[in-house]
Design a protein around this ligand. Structure first.
Ligand code: GAR
Length: 209
């Protein structure tokens, strides 16, 4: 059994999709804990109701990013994670923290990376006039929203789309994309060589149309 620790900051719908998939598909893994930097993160309620251990490490109580990341790391490591899953965890991570989980920390970002790293990705895709938008699952490296790509999901941008309608349509795909990618990791189907992921999908081969 592998241990998965999931970090959230808010709604936690991707975390919920992962928890449901792990149960329904009987992954050889357990969700060891759901941890948030915010006590009011809605997703904590879902996790607690499922009997999953939860913890809060409030970033506001730490004077520096380094101090926060050190406290967070101590809590995460208490659950002996094989994989750390960032699911809407809205904190910039320090290089030391990222290095500690190198090769065992995944993130989902709501854009077709390398397009639109950072915040407000749906607004950016609309402003750019792109016909397609998407989400990317990647291994976490020190540079924000970079790191070897595991897989991407794409959605069409429709006439009349707002950031909200686009985000909602994409979220449905995120809930398929992320559990599938995490399952590949759990099943040892992903290898990283020279910054590229080799596995069931190789998104670096697919250019944005
Ligand atoms: C998701 O759309 C995820 O891709 C995005 O935040 C949302 C969290 O929703 N992540 C980022 O923007 C990370 N830079 P959720 O809490 O319902 O899973």
């Amino acid at each position: 059994m592998k241990n998965i620790v999931i970090l959230i900051s808010g709604r936690g719908s991707n975390m919920e999709a992962v928890v449901r998939a792990a149960e329904a598909e009987q992954w050889p893994a357990r969700i060891a804990a759901v941890i948030s930097n915010r006590a009011d993160a809605k997703g904590l309620e879902f996790a607690a109701a499922r009997g999953i251990p939860t913890a809060v490490v409030p970033n506001k109580e730490y004077p520096t990013r380094e101090a926060f990341d050190a406290a967070l790391q101590a809590v995460i490591d208490g659950f002996a994670p094989d994989l750390v899953v960032l699911a809407g965890f809205m904190r910039i991570l320090t290089p030391g923290f990222v290095e500690h989980y190198a090769g065992r920390m995944l993130n989902i970002h709501p854009s077709l990376l390398p397009l639109f790293p950072g915040l407000h990705t749906h607004e950016a895709a609309l402003a750019a006039g792109h016909a397609e938008h998407g989400a990317t699952v990647h291994f976490v490296t020190a540079e924000l929203d970079h790191g070897p790509m595991v897989d991407q999901a794409r959605v069409a941008v429709l006439p009349g789309d707002t950031p909200e309608t686009l985000a909602q349509r994409l979220l449905v795909q995120e809930h398929i994309l992320y559990p599938r990618a995490i399952r590949w990791f759990i099943e040892d189907k992903l290898t990283v060589e020279n910054g590229q992921v080799y596995g069931p999908h190789r998104p670096h081969d697919s250019a944005l149309s």
